[in-house]
Design a protein around this ligand. Structure first.
Ligand code: FRU
Length: 722
C-alpha cells in the first residue's frame, strides 16, 4: 500500500496503519488552528493577530503547505509586529510531537518551543534567512519519549522584525508513529546520455530545485516534485549536457519522498504516446506539450518560418519559472514545438519581449553574410533589465555577453517590443514602464540593438486618459489598404489601442484610446515582425486563457489574427479577422441553401455534427430580429435591434455593415472565437463544450433573417493531420 506522507499526521492515517502497528494509539491533535480564534491559547503582542490566519496575509508571498484552512501566521500587519502565542497545559501521551513549520529562520527570536516544567526542552524555527525563499510550511517532529506523562506547554514566539520576521505554524499533533523527517539539500546525480529527465510533478506547492552541471550551479527552478504518485511528468531538456553529470538538488524533501528516485532519463517525453490527443487539447490552437504558457513572445518570420516564442513554465501547471518556449510553423497553422530557448539566469526569469531580423547586421551578430535573428526580452530579477540574445539559424540562441542593454528604470519596466524605423534608419523600442505611479510607454532608439537612448515618454492619450498597461505593441498600418494614409497603432496587453503619428522619436495619439477585443480570456497579444513585403499582412497572436484542469499543460494561444485599419463614421478602427490559412483545416463542408429563417423554420444545421467547427454566416436581419447560433452548447446570439452580439452570455457591440451581418465562428475543445462586423467585433471566449455534444443549430426568435450564406465546416486537427 502506498501512503501519501502528507496524511502522516492525521487520524486518517492512523486508522489505515493501525492493523500494522497494533501498539500505536490514535494521534492526538494538540491544535489545528481551524477556528476563528485561538480558543484557549493565549496571545500577547500583535504578531499573531486576533486569531488563526486563513492562509496568506496581505503583502505576503503565497503561503502553502498548511493543513485545512487556517494556520498560525505571525505576519499579521507585516514583519515588524512581535508577540507570543502559548498553548494551555497538556499531558505528553505519545512518543512524538509533529507539526508543520515555515517562515523566518532565527533560533532565538522565531521559535516554536516545547516547555516542560517551565524550561524549553525542544525548539524549532523556520527555514528562511535570506530575501527570496518560500512561505511553504513543512513537517517536522520531536521525540518526546523521555517526557512521557509530564505536563507541557507549547509557546510560539515572534520577537523578530524586518525581512522574514515571522513564523508559520500549523497542525500540532501527538503521535506514536514517527513522522518522516526532512532531508535538506537532497540530491541525485545523473550521467546524461539522453535528451530528457522526466520529473514527477504534483500540482500545488513547489520546492526549490537547483540544477548543477559537473558541480556548477546552472539554474534554479520552483518545482512541485511529487513525493509519491505524480499528477503528470515534466521533461527537463538536458541534451545540452550530454556526457556530463547533472545533479538535481532539492532544498528540503521528506525522507520517504520518491521525488528524486522516480526521475527517469529518456529520449522521450513521458506520456508522449498521448501527445496532442489529450481530451482538453485545443486541436487548432497552439498549446505547449507540457506545462504552462502565458504571453506570446518574439513573433517573427525568419528563413521561411514563423517563430512563436512564449512565456513558458516547463515544470508547472501554473505560472512560474519563466522560460521562453519555442515553436515554428511554415503556415501559421501547423506548429512544431522545439523546446525552451531562454532559461532563467543570474539576471532573473525570462519575461516577455519581441524579436527582429537584423537584415543589415547592425548588431554585428550576423555570420558569413547571414543576418541574425535577435530576441529582446526582460530579465525580471532585481534589478529588472532588458537583454538581448541572437541566432543565425533560428534554432540555437546565444545571450549577448554585454547584457543588459537597458538598465532598470523602475522595477516595473518590462516587455520590450522592437521594430526597425525605416525613415530614421534606426531601431525603436517601446517599453512598458511603471513610472511616477503611472503606466507609461518609454520610446528608445538604437543604431545597433545594443546601445539604446531614451527618446520620449507617453503617459496619456489625446484626451489624457491613463495609458496602456504592459506588453506594448507598435506598428504602422494603411487605412483601408491605402498606403498613402498610414497610421501608427500603439496597443497594450488588454488590446486597447491608440491611433496616431510617430516621427521616429515621439508618438502623438489622435484621440482617446479604443477598445480592442470584445470577449474574455485574451491578453498580451503581439504581432509578427518581418513578414515579407509581398505578403504585407500584420498578424497577431494573443494569449488565450483556456484553463485545462487535469491536463499536463495549461493555457493556449488564439488563432492567428489579421489586423487592419478601416475607416468608420467615428474614424479609423482596428479589425481582427482569422488568417486565411485556417481554411487549410477544412475537412468537410456543409453548404446550407440560402433562404429566409423565421421563428417556425426548422434548424437548418440539424444534420451537421462536428467537434471542431468553423461556421460562416452572412445575413440581413428583417425587422428587429434575433438569431441564435448554437455551437456545441454555446449560444451566439445576434440582436439586430441592439446591433449586439452575445456569446455565452457575454455581450459585445456588433454594428451591421451596410445592413448586413457577417459572422465567423471557430470552435475548438477549449474555446470559441467569434468574428462579426467585418472584424470590428472580435469575441474570444474560453469554453469547454461537452465531448458528447456535437450539435449545431440556427434559430430565429422574432422577425426574420435572410441568409445569403450559411456554411459549416468540420475541421481537422492541426496536430494530428498535415
Ligand atoms: C503579462 C506579463 C508580462 C510579463 C510576463 C511574465 O501577462 O505579466 O508583463 O513580462 O507576463 O510572465
Amino acid at each position: 500500500m502506498k501512503i501519501n506522507h502528507r496524511l502522516g499526521f492525521g487520524l486518517l492515517l492512523s486508522a489505515i496503519v493501525l492493523p500494522l502497528y497494533a501498539s500505536a494509539a490514535d494521534d492526538l491533535v494538540v491544535a489545528d488552528f481551524e477556528g476563528a480564534d485561538y480558543v484557549s491559547w493565549k496571545a500577547t503582542g500583535e504578531a499573531f493577530g486576533p486569531g488563526p490566519a486563513r492562509g496568506t496575509l496581505p503583502g505576503q508571498m503565497q503561503v502553502d503547505g498548511f493543513k485545512g484552512k487556517g494556520l498560525v501566521n505571525s505576519f499579521y500587519k507585516g514583519d515588524n509586529t512581535t508577540g507570543t502565542l502559548t498553548s494551555p497545559e497538556f499531558k505528553i501521551e505519545r512518543r512524538y510531537i509533529g507539526f508543520l513549520i515555515g517562515g523566518g529562520k532565527n533560533t532565538e527570536k522565531l521559535a516554536l518551543n516545547l516547555l516542560v516544567g517551565g524550561k524549553v526542552v525542544r525548539s524549532a524555527t523556520g527555514p528562511n534567512d535570506k530575501p527570496g525563499g518560500s512561505e511553504m510550511l513543512a513537517p517536522e517532529s520531536w521525540d518526546v519519549g523521555e517526557f512521557a506523562g509530564q505536563t507541557a506547554v507549547i509557546k510560539i514566539i515572534d520577537n523578530a522584525t524586518g525581512g522574514w520576521g515571522h513564523l508559520n505554524v500549523d497542525h500540532i499533533v501527538q503521535t506514536d508513529r514517527q513522522p518522516p523527517g526532512l532531508v535538506t539539500n537532497a540530491r541525485r546525480d545523473f550521467k546524461i546520455e539522453k535528451r530528457y529527465l522526466n520529473l514527477p510533478i504534483k500540482n500545488g506547492p513547489t520546492r526549490k530545485v537547483t540544477t548543477l552541471v559537473d558541480g556548477r550551479v546552472e539554474v534554479r527552478n520552483d518545482i512541485g516534485l511529487a513525493n509519491g504518485e505524480p499528477d503528470w511528468w515534466a521533461p527537463m531538456d538536458v541534451s545540452a549536457w550530454k556526457g556530463k553529470t547533472v545533479t538535481l538538488q532539492v532544498d528540503r524533501l521528506p525522507e520517504d519522498s520518491t521525488a528524486l528516485s522516480a526521475i527517469e532519463q529518456s529520449d522521450e517525453i513521458k506520456g508522449a504516446e498521448n501527445l496532442y490527443r489529450e481530451p482538453l487539447r485545443g486541436q487548432f490552437h497552439f498549446s505547449p506539450k507540457r506545462g504552462w504558457n502565458n504571453d506570446p513572445n518574439g513573433l517573427v518570420f525568419f528563413n521561411g518560418e514563423y517563430h512563436l516564442f512564449f512565456q513558458h513554465n516547463p515544470y508547472g501547471w501554473g505560472w512560474g519559472n519563466m522560460h521562453w518556449g519555442h515553436a515554428v510553423s511554415r503556415d501559421l497553422i501547423h506548429w512544431e514545438e522545439l523546446g525552451d530557448k531562454l532559461a532563467p539566469d543570474n539576471f532573473g526569469p525570462m519575461f516577455s519581449g519581441s524579436a527582429v531580423v537584423d537584415w543589415k547586421n547592425t548588431s554585428g551578430f550576423g555570420k558569413g553574410g547571414k543576418p541574425p535573428l535577435v530576441l529582446i526580452y526582460t530579465a525580471a530579477g532585481n534589478p529588472t533589465v532588458q537583454c538581448i540574445a541572437y541566432s543565425t539559424d533560428g534554432r540555437n540562441f546565444t545571450k549577448y555577453s554585454g547584457n543588459p542593454v537597458v538598465k532598470q528604470i523602475t522595477g516595473g519596466n518590462r516587455d520590450p517590443k522592437v521594430l526597425w524605423h525605416e525613415p530614421t534608419k534606426r531601431w525603436v523600442m517601446v517599453l512598458y514602464v511603471e513610472w511616477q505611479k503611472k503606466h507609461t510607454i518609454h520610446f528608445f532608439t538604437s543604431p545597433n540593438l545594443r546601445d539604446w537612448t531614451l527618446a520620449s515618454i507617453t503617459d496619456g492619450d489625446a484626451v489624457g486618459k491613463p495609458y496602456l498597461f504592459e506588453c506594448p505593441d507598435f506598428f504602422e498600418l494603411p487605412v483601408d489598404g491605402d498606403a498613402s494614409t498610414k497610421k501608427w497603432v500603439l496597443l497594450g496587453a488588454n488590446s486597447e489601442y491608440a491611433i496616431g503619428n510617430f516621427d521616429g522619436t515621439k508618438f502623438s495619439a489622435e484621440q482617446s484610446k479604443l477598445p480592442g477585443h470584445r470577449g474574455r480570456g485574451f491578453y498580451a497579444p503581439q504581432t509578427f515582425s518581418d513578414i515579407p513585403k509581398k505578403d504585407g499582412r500584420r498578424i497577431q497572436i494573443g494569449w488565450f486563457q483556456t484553463e485545462t484542469k487535469g491536463m499536463p499543460f495549461n493555457q493556449s494561444m488564439t488563432v492567428p489574427l489579421e489586423l487592419q485599419l478601416i475607416s468608420t463614421a467615428d474614424g479609423p478602427r482596428l479589425t481582427f479577422t482569422p488568417v486565411k490559412e485556417l481554411a487549410k483545416l477544412r475537412a468537410k463542408t456543409h453548404r446550407i441553401k440560402a433562404g429566409t429563417l423565421t421563428p417556425t423554420s426548422p434548424n437548418p444545421l440539424a444534420k451537421v455534427n462536428a467537434e471542431l467547427v468553423e461556421l460562416r454566416a452572412e445575413f440581413t436581419p428583417v425587422a428587429d430580429s434575433e438569431v441564435t447560433f448554437n455551437v456545441r452548447g454555446c449560444a451566439i446570439t445576434y440582436d439586430a435591434k441592439k446591433q449586439e452580439l452575445t456569446v455565452n452570455g457575454h455581450r459585445a457591440p456588433a454594428p451591421l455593415r451596410n445592413g448586413k451581418q457577417r459572422l465567423t465562428i471557430y470552435c475548438d475543445r477549449t474555446g470559441l472565437e467569434v468574428f462579426a462586423s467585418d472584424g470590428l467585433c472580435y469575441v474570444p471566449m474560453p469554453f469547454q463544450p461537452k465531448a458528447t455534444d456535437l450539435m449545431l443549430g440556427a434559430a430565429v426568435k422574432s422577425g426574420a433573417v435572410k441568409f445569403t450564406k450559411l456554411d459549416a465546416y468540420e475541421l481537422n486537427s492541426a496536430w494530428l493531420t498535415k
